[in-house]
Ligand binder design. Structure first.
Ligand code: HEM
Length: 470
């Protein structure tokens, strides 16, 4: 990867552009990826990386009169996520997503967002997450028990199922009994998630009303998930009591005016959001990690040795998490190279300035994790998978790196609420699988995994790997 040009701030030369007309940072004349959903999925990550290499830390696009700014420097991203956060709203995609997600944590704006976030936060605090360790350990072991040694398993499918089981049990005390049952829920989630790429399209509202097969599939998935969540709420209302999970907290809450309970619709929207946000991202990260270790036998061996030394033959618990620094480093390095949330987007609500450029109201701001996490200024040899970057020995180098050169969970008021859970789920699952199974790529498999950056970054063709029991 070529070295990026100097920062946008350094490129600013006020005397070259005098006069009242607004100045814009350099950038391609249009953002081809936005012209169609298909093109967006195919090229967005590449075209944005290229734009950063060519035009520097602040890139400008004019797409049919809409101003779009791509932020590529950790300092700009820090301001974007923290200092200037109140000047943005969630943007058009999240507004469109309300049509199916309702007003959950992902889509809601202030002040509703902050109120709901405060309410749900206790379910994600350190003490609570410690209780989730056992659920993770148990499920990470049981997911792999049926694998047949010497066969090929699609580990993306398996990780989707695992993450769904974990989020269901930890946050909703939902016991999914059989694999058939999990697969049914997983298929409904998958069908339903098909809506999100549609939300990127300019005529999304119109498309939603068309009787096309894609919309029918989405509606069927939506109906199945609605039925599941509403029946869960009804059952819990009929048998109240604090089970210490997120659903208990939501059910025990007064509504906004303090005059009564949260409605079933409000609770449904939050549960649906958590179910979706909490399982696909983690499953994608774990799938990328397993694919990477299969292609790096030395890393896999070290992960295996650490897991044997720390866990022996028992299932992991939360207490093991700090004792598995290499598993943590493998997960972190995976999140660097393949961040499931590969871009963070907002729309400017209050005009302000970035690096001396005026950002108009309605402009779209993009902070692409995928680009910054691979920037050679902060990550030497950026395309190499090297978990040592996150090992305790690399502490000094990490300290010298800008904080926002790595932000897989974003930051500020919209920082991922499930971050703590995701870290523990990542490390404990990787340790469990690497302890019990040797993973190898299929013969003739490509060295690079094909990615699909539609909404979240996911493996495009699954993660089929050869599994062999130790
Ligand atoms: C590796 C796994 C995960 C990654 C990489 C990830 C990443 C992110 C990122 C970057 C955001 C901020 C989005 C934005 O600012 O636009 C976010 C928000 C969110 N995440 Fe995660 N996430 C992961 C796992 C989870 C889990 C396990 C849960 C819940 C169980 C969860 C629930 C949420 C929710 C509810 C939000 C919205 C928070 C808000 O706006 O207040 N995520 N996530």
């Amino acid at each position: 990867m070529a070295t990026l040009p100097q920062t946008a701030t350094a490129q600013v030369q006020p005397d070259i552009h005098p006069g009242p007309s607004p100045r814009y940072p350099a950038g391609p004349s249009f953002l081809p990826g936005l012209l169609s959903g298909r093109a967006f999925r195919r090229i967005a990550t590449d075209s944005m990386t290229e734009a950063a290499q060519l035009h520097g830390d602040l890139v400008h696009y004019n797409v049919f009169g809409r101003h779009i700014y791509q932020l590529n420097h950790p300092d700009l991203i820090e301001d974007f996520l923290i200092k200037d956060a109140a000047k943005h709203h969630r943007g058009v995609v999240m507004q469109r997503a309300k049509a199916v997600l309702g007003e959950g944590l992902l889509t809601s704006e202030e002040p509703l967002h902050m109120r709901q976030r405060r309410l749900m936060q206790p379910a994600f605090l350190r003490q609570r997450i410690a209780a989730y360790g056992e659920v993770i350990g148990h499920n990470a072991t049981s997911i792999s028990t049926p694998w047949q040694s010497g066969t090929t398993v699609d580990l993306h499918e398996e990780m989707l199922e695992l993450a769904l089981r974990i989020v269901g049990k930890c946050l909703f005390d939902m016991d999914v009994q059989s694999r058939e049952e999990v697969r049914k829920v997983s298929a409904a989630v998958d069908a339903f998630m098909g809506f999100l790429p549609l939300a990127l399209l300019p005529f999304s509202e119109l498309i939603q009303r068309l009787p096309i097969p894609a919309m029918k599939r989405i509606r069927v998935g939506q109906a199945q998930l609605d039925a599941l969540i509403y029946s869960m709420i009804e059952q819990r209302r009929a048998d109240p009591g604090d089970r210490g999970d997120l659903l208990s907290m939501l059910l025990a809450t007064e509504d906004e005016e303090g005059t009564g309970r949260m409605t079933n619709v409000q609770i449904h929207d939050e549960c649906l959001t958590i179910l979706l946000a909490g399982h696909e991202t983690t499953a994608n990260a774990l799938s990328f990690a397993l694919w990477l270790i299969a292609h790096h036998p030395d890393v896999q061996q070290r992960l295996h040795d650490e897991a044997i030394a720390v866990l022996g033959t028992r299932a992991p618990t939360a207490d093991d998490y700090p004792r598995l620094p290499y598993a943590y480093a493998v997960f972190a390095e995976t999140l660097r190279l393949y961040p499931p949330v590969w871009i963070t987007a907002r729309t400017c609500e209050t005009p302000y300035e970035i690096a001396d450029y005026k950002i108009p109201r309605g402009a779209i701001l993009l902070a692409p994790q995928f680009v910054v996490h691979r920037d050679p200024r902060f990550w030497p040899d950026p395309l190499t998978f090297n978990p040592k970057r996150f090992s305790p020995e690399a502490k000094e180098t990490s300290k010298a790196r800008p904080r926002f050169a790595f932000y897989p969970f974003a930051a500020g008021s919209r920082q991922c609420i499930g971050e703590g859970l995701a870290w523990m789920e990542g490390a404990l699952t990787l340790a469990t699988i690497a302890r019990d199974w040797r993973l190898t790529p299929l013969p003739n498999a490509p060295v690079d995994i094909t990615i699909n950056p539609a909404i979240s970054l996911r493996p495009k063709h699954g993660v089929p790997l050869h599994v062999e029991r130790y």
